[in-house]
Design a protein around this ligand. Structure first.
Ligand SMILES: Nc1ncnc2c1ncn2[C@@H]1O[C@H](COP(=O)(O)OP(=O)(O)OP(=O)(O)O)[C@@H](O)[C@H]1O
Ligand SMILES: [Mg+2]
Length: 620
């Protein structure tokens, strides 16, 4: 067994080869019962006194009594030194520090972190002693986080009534701002805390101000992933860092064992896989955040990790593993379920749960996709300044456009048919290829294109008041007749004498009403009502098309041979957004986001509390 450890000088050393060496270090004072150690049998840095078995072993023979003054344990530094470089206690001298009363001294560690030592009781702590909490004699009274509309929280130094930002410049604050200021100590802003602490729960104080400051400072150092316990916080860098992903990095995370590698979607996926392996119970990963935050990208990283570590087991007759088919699902679902919005060029307009199923030897045997709340309203009316679903543009820029009678002037395409960075021609070709990989036929592909084109034709239908009607009843505008014929033909309701087209038009111009046992009658619709029923038909057809695609995909991803309850589910929920006026679907999306996040986080943390309570009550 080998161990790394943090010596009293705050630096990380190691590895020591065995426990006897650790004992020698305890004896010469290089480490103390409060020192942090890390070894193959530990999941994280842990104080020696929290590992009774280790302490017992190390204590025999017992270390000499500790001197009256001692530094508190330090968080692991990023600097790494070998064990032989660790200085012995005799080499140091501890200045007494600033006397703040009641026997307490405010001291600084080598890297200027503040801690408190009581000369009378020998007590040692990071936090300001309770009796001084409202006092202004210590450093903490001079610094605070003040709220700000744009920045969230800003760290400032108070100078009487005036404030200065820590990184320079005056800062104005109202009385209301000051009333809700959050505490801050200058030492907390050291890189050692706000940059190098990978898990926010290890910050010296966990409040909005310091958490935001840490995320901001880490982000500026291109550290886009941070943990909060088991939760991964990912910040969208809007630029690709190739060195962070790929087979080599996956292998590093796969073989890391208990090594504490930086937060990453690979680590989250790896932890779910390990838990599945160890407990045999289904696992789930919930990806949540506002639109454009990077949920879908993060989901893809989790899936690629799982595909790499647990794939290649179920090559079917076409020679392809499920994981490869799974990667072909993305272009299809994104073509039909994603759109360019004001926030995200590739915004998921539906929620997606991907469940991976595993064989008894923990290989991927199949997958199931469940969709939630597709934003169908977009199909009949794209939001101004945004695009419709990508599939619409792939159809009009594809080689079959003229055969389907569509071009880029159709109303449902909205005002921005072209979008920077989106290549509809090549994306359409990728979708066609993905159909093949998934085992869908050429006919399937043509039929799907035809249905999207039919919706585009439906969008061209215009209605006017029928001069022969007594009740402002609508009739089809003659300029739209050609589109009605296209739509009927592409939807498969036409026949040679054009009766299908008549049926389709009649269905849009009237509604059937039935009172009790009386015979059903067709009630003519006004032009505005006919437009509504046309829009409803577009939404219905697009929604059914999407459902059909998902059912086909599931059929091809279905677990073969082995069906077990071992699964990992990844929920990529649609992002919440706040518009001037939120439509009903957006309301549902925001509501679902809040509920799912609340339910998962609350139940997770409640269960952690319950475990802690149980362990406290039944220590053995
Ligand atoms: N880790 C990352 N590295 C590089 N670029 C990223 C990363 N995460 C996100 N992006 C970029 O941000 C864009 C939006 O990300 P993504 O589509 O994952 O957001 P989302 O949270 O799923 O949004 P929505 O809720 O609208 O679907 C991506 O198309 C990509 O360009
Ligand atoms: Mg998304």
């Amino acid at each position: 067994m080998s161990y790394y450890y943090i010596a009293y000088d705050g630096n990380q050393y190691g590895p020591t080869n065995d426990i006897d060496e650790l004992r020698a270090l305890l004896l010469n004072g290089t480490i103390e019962p409060t020192s942090l150690v890390y070894g193959e049998d530990l999941t994280s840095w842990t104080a020696i006194h929290n590992i009774p078995a280790l302490l017992e072993y190390i204590k025999s023979p017992p270390p000499p009594p500790l001197p009256p003054s001692r530094d508190p344990p330090k968080a692991p530094s990023t600097e790494f030194k070998t064990a032989s470089q660790a200085p012995s206690r005799a080499q140091r001298h501890i200045p007494p520090g600033k006397d703040i009363g009641n026997g307490w001294f405010e001291r600084r560690t080598q890297d200027q972190a503040t801690y408190y030592f009581n000369g009378r009781t020998g007590k040692l702590q990071w936090d300001l002693p309770e009796e001084f909490e409202n006092s202004c004699i210590v450093e903490s009274g001079d610094y605070k986080f003040l709220p700000d509309r744009d920045e969230g929280w800003v760290p400032v130094r108070s100078n009487g009534d005036k404030f200065q930002k820590i990184d320079g410049g005056d800062w104005r604050a109202s009385a209301a701002d000051c009333a809700c200021a959050l505490p801050l100590r200058l030492s907390w802003l050291a890189d050692k805390w706000v940059v190098h602490v990978n898990d926010l729960v290890l910050l010296p104080e966990v409040h909005d101000g310091l958490v935001l400051e840490s995320l901001r400072r880490r982000f500026h150092k291109k550290l886009i992933y941070t943990s909060v316990g088991p939760v991964l916080v990912a910040i969208n860098p809007f630029q690709y860092f190739p060195a962070r992903y790929g087979v080599e990095v996956i292998n590093k995370y796969r073989t890391c064992g208990n090594q504490n590698l930086p937060s990453h979607p690979y680590r989250t996926a790896g932890s779910a896989y390990r838990q599945l392996f160890e407990s045999g119970t289904p696992q789930s990963i919930l990806v949540s955040g506002e639109s454009g935050a990077g949920k879908t990208e993060t989901t893809k990283h989790c899936l690629s990790y799982l595909a790499a570590v647990a794939g290649h087991s179920s090559a079917d007759s076409s020679g392809l593993g499920v994981e490869l088919k799974l990667s072909s699902v993305n272009p299809i679902l994104e073509a039909f379920g994603n759109a360019k919005t004001v926030r995200n060029d590739n915004s998921s307009r539906f929620g997606r749960l991907t469940e991976l199923w595993f064989t008894p030897d923990f290989r991927i045997s199949g997958a199931t996709i469940t969709k939630y709340l597709l934003e169908k309203s977009r199909a009949s009316q794209p939001t101004p300044g945004e695009r419709n679903f990508h599939s619409f543009y792939q159809v009009i820029s594809g080689s079959k456009a003229s055969q389907l009678g569509v071009d880029d002037n159709f109303i449902l395409l909205g005002s921005c048919t072209k979008a920077n960075g989106i290549d509809d021609v090549s994306d359409g070709a990728t979708v066609e290829e993905a159909f093949k990989v998934l085992g869908l036929t050429h006919n399937d592909f043509d039929m799907v294109l035809g249905i999207v084109a039919a919706i585009l034709h439906l969008g061209e239908l215009k209605f006017k008041v029928d001069a022969n009607s007594d009740h402002d009843g609508a009739t089809l505008d003659p300029s739209s007749e050609v589109h009605a014929q296209w739509a009927a033909r592409l939807l498969g309701v036409n026949d040679d004498d054009g009766v299908g087209c008549v049926h389709l038009t009649r269905a849009l111009l009237s509604k059937t009403s039935q009172m009790g046992a009386m015979e059903a009658v067709a009630v003519p619709l006004r032009p505005d009502q006919a437009c509504e029923s046309r829009d409803a038909l577009e939404r219905l057809v697009y929604g059914r098309l999407f459902d059909w695609l998902i059912s086909k995909i599931n059929l091809h991803l279905a677990a073969r041979n082995v069906v077990t309850a071992r699964s990992i589910g990844i929920l990529d929920i649609f992002g919440f957004e706040v518009f001037e006026v939120n439509g009903f679907e957006q309301l549902c999306i925001n509501f679902a986001n809040e509920k799912v996040s609340d339910a998962c986080f609350a139940s997770y943390f409640i269960s952690l509390d319950a475990q802690q309570l149980y362990l406290t009550a039944c220590p053995t």
